[in-house]
Design a protein around this ligand. Structure first.
Ligand SMILES: Cc1cc2nc3c(=O)[nH]c(=O)nc-3n(C[C@H](O)[C@H](O)[C@H](O)COP(=O)(O)OP(=O)(O)OC[C@H]3O[C@@H](n4cnc5c(N)ncnc54)[C@H](O)[C@@H]3O)c2cc1C
Length: 428
């Protein structure tokens, strides 16, 4: 299907960003136009997407761009990117464990690589290389397994030893004296980091330019279903008639699905992260240790970004805790003792929608017109583009695209789980 391009058929033309435009605005002090316009809530939309994170916005963008469906509303109870999409540590990779997972995340990486050009928005993708450390034989075995699955799917990934790790990350303690000696690592050169809020704004701007309505501060309070078919949604700003609703609310997804009478095998856990003051660039790769429940990367501005596993209890709280930062600091120093003097600037939390097999729940449900793009746990940011593309196709054609066929809700009834725990837990 041909791509309509920005504003050519469906909406107003947004400003095209370019170096010349930047210079000219700098000289003339002309204001930038807003990235999207506000609209009144219409009484009827062809598609209502609940959740203004990367998943909801990408689905809206690809519905309009790939399928010409632009009578679409994206509803968010807060602001665009206020959920996990604006709180994550922005790590991208495709070195998963199952063939279904590797294929899926690799398609997302492909879309991410072309996203800045596609959206005319600098999403600041930086290919850094991604190292998952093994501190014991069990982890090393899983990494060899992952490397072989990755290679079979054409993904660049291999197991390397301590000498090569030291060459890539000179500040990492790979000596036998380390508290948790490093035996090897899964090295994935195409992995990297991106600017998460730029991705969200880029999709929002792109979707709005093609005619999609973005409604912030619009909380969904109910979903009307009659005769097994969605009829509409109720919101804090009024009711909307529609026959298609996409649930893209991640940490809140079970609350929304309950409104449609669809039970999801999902539990919500907080996940915390922290960032330090900027220091001179010294860390070119992303480093993950599943055993120590910690990962670290360095931003272009020099800050170190730290992440961990989910908190050990279910909750909808998005507050950081002292216990977390103490545990995190201890593990970071076990890996890189030279960081003792670096000060933490900020910590925060977001919500994660965890499934039993660490794979998402995507596609149609037993209620006609009610679709899910949920179960993103601690690893869903990287999946935004491919999920948006696949869910848009699913909505537009009524068929489930092959790339998400394994992730249907039905797998929990028929026992065909897609076990990604070995690659998704603290893997990001
Ligand atoms: C600290 C942290 C670090 C992470 N690191 C990574 C990483 O490095 N790499 C990676 O791939 N993933 C990572 N993740 C996971 C990733 O952030 C999420 O999986 C992803 O952002 C989910 O995106 P989403 O669009 O599905 O949901 P969200 O971005 O959470 O958006 C859901 C939206 O739904 C809205 N909403 C909820 N209820 C309602 C309602 N009733 N009515 C209207 N709107 C509603 C919310 O306001 C929210 O904006 C991390 C997550 C956290 C918290």
């Amino acid at each position: 299907m041909g791509r309509p391009g920005f504003g050519r058929r469906y909406g107003e033309r947004p400003v095209r960003y370019s170096a010349a435009g930047l210079v000219s605005r700098g000289l003339t002090h002309r204001d930038w136009t807003p990235m999207w316009r506000r609209h009144d809530l219409k009484p009827r939309y062809d598609v209502v997407i609940i959740g203004g994170g990367v998943h909801g916005l990408a689905a809206a963008y690809y519905l309009a761009a790939n399928h010409g469906i632009s009578n679409v509303a994206v509803l968010d109870k807060g602001y665009i990117g206020g959920g996990g999409s604006g709180r994550n540590t922005a790590i991208l990779r495709s070195n998963y464990l199952t063939p279904e997972g590797v294929r899926f995340y690799e398609r997302s990486m492909e879309l991410y690589r072309g996203l800045a050009a596609d959206l005319n928005f600098n999403v600041m993708f930086a290919r850094r290389g991604h190292l998952t450390l093994a501190h014991n034989d069990g982890s090393l075995r899983t990494m060899r397994w992952r490397a072989e699955v990755n290679k079979l799917q054409g993904v660049d990934s291999d197991v390397i030893g301590p000498d090569e790790i030291k060459r890539l990350v000179p500040y990492l303690d790979v000596s036998a004296q380390a508290r948790y000696p490093v035996l090897g690592a899964l090295y994935h050169p195409p992995g990297g980091i991106i600017r998460h809020d730029a991705v969200v704004w880029g999709y929002a701007r792109g979707a709005a330019a093609l005619g999609v309505h973005l409604h912030q501060n619009t909380e969904v309070t109910g979903i009307d279903v009659a005769g097994g078919q969605v009829r509409g949604v109720r919101t804090s700003q009024g009711d909307i008639a529609t026959r298609t609703v996409l649930n893209a609310t991640a940490g809140w997804s079970t609350l929304i699905s309950d409104m449609a009478g669809v039970a999801l095998p999902i539990q919500t856990f907080p996940l915390q992260a922290a960032v330090t003051e900027p220091v001179r660039p010294f860390l070119g790769t992303v480093i993950v240790s599943g055993t120590l429940h910690v990962y670290v990367s360095q931003t272009d501005r020099g800050e170190l970004v730290f992440g961990a596993s989910v908190d050990p209890f279910t909750s909808y709280s998005m507050r950081g805790s002292l216990e977390f930062i103490e545990g995190l600091a201890g593990h970071v120093l076990e890996l890189m003792p030279s960081l003792t003097k670096v000060r933490v600037l900020r910590q925060w939390a977001g919500l994660c929608d965890m499934t039993p097999d660490f794979s998402p729940v995507m596609g149609r449900t037993p209620v006609d017109g009610f679709l899910t793009d949920v179960g993103w746990g601690t690893y869903g940011f990287k999946a935004g583009p491919v999920s948006g593309e696949a869910m848009a196709e699913c909505i537009a054609t009524g068929r489930t695209p092959d790339i998400i066929a394994a992730f249907g809700l039905g797998r929990f009834a028929d026992g065909t789980l897609v076990g990604e725990k070995g690659a998704a837990a603290v893997g990001h």
